[in-house]
Ligand binder design. Structure first.
Ligand code: ATP
Ligand code: MG
Length: 729
């Protein structure tokens, strides 16, 4: 490797402290050079807040003013902390601690536990709900599923706002909380939950902060040690700090003013956990001598993206909105944001996947593309669509679908059920029913639970499995539950493979602070954004800010889309999100100022599948097909199938081999439905194969010869990639 390539791969650190400042504009420089604090940066998305504080630390360290070990940088997620450490290293300031509040507190607690409290540190409780349910039962209060979830959130809120059980009824009344049960009952459950936790020697997520706060408050010797270690504090995303985190920060500071905070009130998206932008907005009154810097130059996004972001904020209301800052793009013009309406969710996902492919073909890297949605359960349909299009992806902020605890548990139960029902008479039509029966015991029901949170997410995961079973049974009518379990295993297994270069799938919450060249904000309908359970004006405003966060993640390409119904053939009664009113072409502004975002018209998604050559007709009865599943099969579901079973099995075996060689999930090669259609149609030439939905030019090129050989009853030659690889060794 030559020195030049090495340098481009690993950029060398700036030569001097002053050189660190070279990459900053005058206001950012003011932040970076105000090393003694207090400093507060109030600025919109993409204006370089994170960059300014990173350079500030690096400048201080390189100039010998800050000792690396004396600086504690606090960011919002573990990933953001990791990225900051990386950037600091690049700037020649490795060794600075960049952590979340939680991980910084946990580290300190572990260190001081033996001295401050004694004995071994308790175990961390992973999930609260179960213990809250037990506390409810002990208190003789019967809670239904939704109440259980809501009482759990109430307990979390109490803990971050430092409300003890006895005070809860009074505080709830004073702050006008929407209480899930009689406040006295909530207080009783809360107190019992705390007792149970203590009895079992466990602590929960909030306890980590609470205990650290407690130790620092009660033990001046411990507080002194911590304070002599950390002298300088920097907090990113300060608009989302909770009262408890603020308390911890105050204790770390111990009256010193060596603090630099940056934030954007318009990006407050964690109010539901007790976070509040008041600390950011009230910084100057707490520190009258603070250096306050405003940044307005947006370095991230094109004027087109910034126009839409400003338009969205123009319609915002409430406290955070009063402090909005109009962004000014520093970049060259780019494409207008696109607005696309689809008939149903699978079509929306397929449409997004198609555009993603086009972007990739035009040179945008997969890792520079993101699909952002409101709730994690929306990811499944995109995982499938991207897999169908052969696009690699990675999930961020959410566990991969097959790694979610409820999905793993469901897998285990289904495996057990498959073993127990090894009845050869079991019909394929029974698979979805069997799956529904097994999953009902774990919280699946035909209708979703009301409200949000863990219970709803869990239901969505299980519903996705039921849909998968339905699709599977349609594709493989002869399959049994055991076959379905094997399919799940196959999918889960390959997802463990590390994805190096892939499109990011993430919730809007998890996308905070990040950026991509191309962003697809999907599912923009009333009920999803704003989500149904956002009832008060303040909750709706938070949903609007979520969309603002999503939109401002895009550097260049921004796509906004929605679907009129969930499933193919649905009634199409959904409405596009109210937040797009006045911005979406052809829509009337709602309420106050509507600023221009996108030009051009709303596009109608084609439904995503091959409909280019006019309607798709059933090849058995000739009816026009409208259901996405039937279109893929190229016939009505109940029309007789002329499946060549042996060919289908040969195709599946070949697909497994290919998938193994390519290190990709089997369905990235071809989905079951496509293989089924191939085994029914038995194409004789490339033309015949090309018209089968799910084949496409790229796959035709790559796999056409193999598939046609299999259809002709010939043996397929060894995978060429494998032999090439062998030759290299
Ligand atoms: P967010 O509110 O989304 O967290 P932010 O204000 O923290 O955004 P950054 O992530 O720091 O913004 O910066 C946005 C992008 O602009 C980054 O790619 C960053 O490198 C770039 N950038 C920031 N300042 C400058 C500058 N002075 N010159 C060139 N590029 C810059
Ligand atoms: Mg940032």
């Amino acid at each position: 490797m030559t020195a030049t390539t090495h340098d481009t791969l690993f950029p060398s650190a700036p030569e001097s402290a002053d050189a660190v400042l070279d990459g900053l504009d005058p206001e950012q420089r003011a932040v970076a050079t105000a090393l003694r604090g207090p400093v507060c940066v109030l600025a919109g998305a993409g204006t370089g807040k994170t960059r300014a504080i990173t350079h500030r630390i690096a400048y201080g360290v390189r100039a010998g003013i800050l000792q690396p070990a004396s600086v504690l940088a606090v960011t919002f997620t573990a990933r953001a902390a990791g990225e900051m450490r990386g950037r600091l290293r690049q700037l020649g300031a490795g060794g600075v601690q960049a952590r979340t509040f939680h991980s910084a507190a946990l580290r300190q607690l572990q260190y001081f536990w033996p001295r401050a409290i004694g004995g071994e540190m308790p175990r961390l409780l992973e999930r609260k709900v179960q213990l809250v349910a037990e506390a409810g039962a002990r208190s003789r209060i019967r809670l239904d599923r939704n109440e259980l979830r809501d009482v759990t959130s109430e307990i979390e809120w109490c803990k971050v706002t430092q409300t003890v059980p006895e005070d809860y009824p009074a505080v709830a009344a004073k702050t006008g909380r929407d209480v899930p049960r009689d406040p006295a009952e909530v207080a009783r459950i809360y107190a019992t939950y705390e007792q149970l936790k203590r009895d079992r020697g466990m602590i929960d997520f909030e306890d980590v902060l609470l205990l650290t706060v407690g130790v620092l408050q009660d033990r001046p010797d411990v507080a002194d040690t911590v304070r002599s270690q950390y002298q300088h504090f920097v907090v990113d995303e300060y608009q989302d700090v909770s009262p408890l985190q603020q308390r911890l920060l105050d204790l770390w500071l111990g009256g010193r003013e060596t603090l630099c905070v940056v934030g954007d009130a318009s990006q407050t998206i964690y109010s539901f956990t007790g976070a509040t932008p008041e600390y950011l907005l009230g910084f100057r009154s707490r520190y009258p001598d603070a250096t306050v810097v405003k940044l307005v130059r947006d370095y991230r996004s094109t004027p087109q993206v910034v126009g839409l972001a400003n338009g969205l904020l123009g319609q915002a209301r409430g406290q955070a909105a009063a402090h909005r800052l109009e962004l000014v793009s520093q970049r060259e013009a780019g494409p207008e944001p696109s607005y696309t309406e689809y008939a149903d969710e699978p079509a929306e996902a397929a449409g997004a996947a198609k555009r993603i492919r086009e972007l990739m073909d035009s040179g945008v890297r997969a890792s520079e593309i993101a699909v952002l949605f409101r709730i994690n359960a929306q990811s499944e349909v995109y995982e499938q669509a991207l897999a169908d299009a052969g696009v690699p992806y990675q999930l961020r902020g959410a566990e991969r679908f097959f790694e979610r605890p409820e999905v793993r548990e469901a897998g285990m139960l289904l495996r057990g059920a498959a073993r127990a029902s090894a009845d050869p008479e079991e019909t394929a039509a029974g698979v979805p029913d069997q799956v529904r029966a097994v999953l009902s015991s774990r919280g699946w029901a035909s209708e979703p639970p009301a409200g949000s949170g863990a219970v709803r997410d869990r239901w969505e995961s299980l519903a996705a499995l039921v849909r998968l079973a339905e699709d599977f049974a349609t594709a493989r009518p002869a399959a049994t539950l055991a076959d379905f379990v094997a399919e799940l295993d196959e999918r889960a297994g390959v997802q463990h493979a590390p994805t190096v270069e892939g499109v990011t799938l993430a919730s809007l919450h998890a996308a905070k602070g990040l950026e991509w060249d191309a962003v697809f904000v999907v599912g923009l309908t009333e009920g999803t954004l704003p989500i149904t359970y956002a009832k008060t004006d303040e909750q709706v405003e938070e949903e609007r800010r979520l969309l603002y966060v999503g939109v401002t993640r895009a550097r260049e390409h921004l796509s906004l889309s929605w679907a009129l119904s969930r499933s193919p053939g649905g009634r199409g009664t959904r409405k596009p999100s109210r937040f797009l009113d006045g911005l979406r072409p052809g829509s009337a502004p709602r309420g106050a100022r509507g600023a221009g975002g996108g030009a051009g018209g709303v596009e109608r998604g084609s439904g995503g599948r091959k409909r280019r050559g006019g309607p798709v007709l059933c090849r058995v009865c000739g009816r026009t097909l409208s259901d996405a599943r039937e279109i893929k099969l190229m016939r009505c579901e109940d029309c007789p199938s002329d499946l060549d079973e042996a060919l289908f099995e040969r195709l599946r075996a070949w697909r497994s081999e290919q998938a193994k060689t390519l290190g990709q999930p089997a369905y990235c090669v071809f989905t079951d439905r496509t293989l089924l259609a191939i085994a029914e149609v038995r194409p004789e030439d490339a033309g015949g194969l090309a018209v089968i939905p799910g084949v496409g030019a790229r796959k035709l090129d790559k796999f056409g010869a193999d598939v046609l050989a299999l259809c002709a009853g010939e043996a397929v030659q060894e995978s060429s990639e494998e032999s090439e690889e062998g030759a290299e060794k």
